[in-house]
Ligand binder design. Structure first.
Ligand code: FMN
Length: 197
């Protein structure tokens, strides 16, 4: 990786790398680790599926009642890490988070399989449940309540958008002399620096 050959917009490179990872057969190229932090500075991470890796915003969908939603409400800044084993490339993204408008959430909701929609009704994500049976009973209730394909969008389900202000591109090289280029966005655009591995 030679930063002189890379697009000055790192998100163009991320989009290109994502397409290459998908073409190389990466089983889940949109899987990313999402890190949030509590207001007292404790980091928390979990996997999400990032929709729109080929665009300039990184969008994921989740429950608005989840632990991550509470953390993002209190501290709307997050980091995402994508790793494509097939290409031995890592992308790190950091930036502010916004909730998506309900119309965008509704549009995505309609593309989801019916079972996933029912699960969103049945599960109060990140909250304790009495048992597996209780969860399955809640799912069966939702199945009875919404028998057709037209399962409505619950208020408790939503989407978030991370607009990166820091991007780091990492590529494996021999002898652990990996390539790292870090980009930071300011008023004039992106500034880059090569980092030691
Ligand atoms: C590969 C993978 C993808 C996932 N994608 C999502 C997702 O897009 N949205 C989501 O809410 N949870 C997703 N999960 C589950 C989360 O990792 C997590 O368990 C859940 O969102 C609750 O997290 P929280 O308690 O920190 O809010 C995914 C898990 C894995 C392993």
């Amino acid at each position: 990786m030679d930063e002189r050959d890379l697009d000055p917009d790192p998100l163009a490179t991320v989009a290109a790398w994502y397409a290459e990872a998908a073409a190389a057969g990466a089983p889940q190229p949109d899987a990313a680790s999402l890190a949030t932090a509590t207001t007292d500075g404790r980091p928390v991470a979990r996997m999400v599926l990032v929709r729109g890796v080929d665009a300039h915003d990184f969008v994921f969908f989740t429950s608005r009642e989840s632990r991550k939603a509470a953390e993002l409400a209190a501290n709307p800044w997050a980091a995402l890490v994508l790793y494509w084993q097939e290409l031995r490339r890592q992308v790190r993204l950091e930036g502010p988070i916004e909730e998506l408008p309900r119309t965008d959430v509704e549009t995505y909701w309609r593309t989801r399989p019916r079972g996933s929609k029912l699960a969103a009704w049945a599960s109060r994500q990140s909250h304790p449940t009495a048992s597996r049976e209780a969860l399955e009973a809640a799912y069966a209730d939702a199945d009875d309540r919404y028998p057709g394909d037209d399962v409505p969008l619950p208020d408790t389900w939503g989407g978030y958008r991370l607009a990166p202000e820091v991007v780091e591109l990492w590529e494996h090289r021999a002898d652990r002399l990996h390539d790292r280029v870090r980009y930071e966005r300011d008023d004039d655009g992106w500034r880059s620096a090569r980092l030691m591995p």
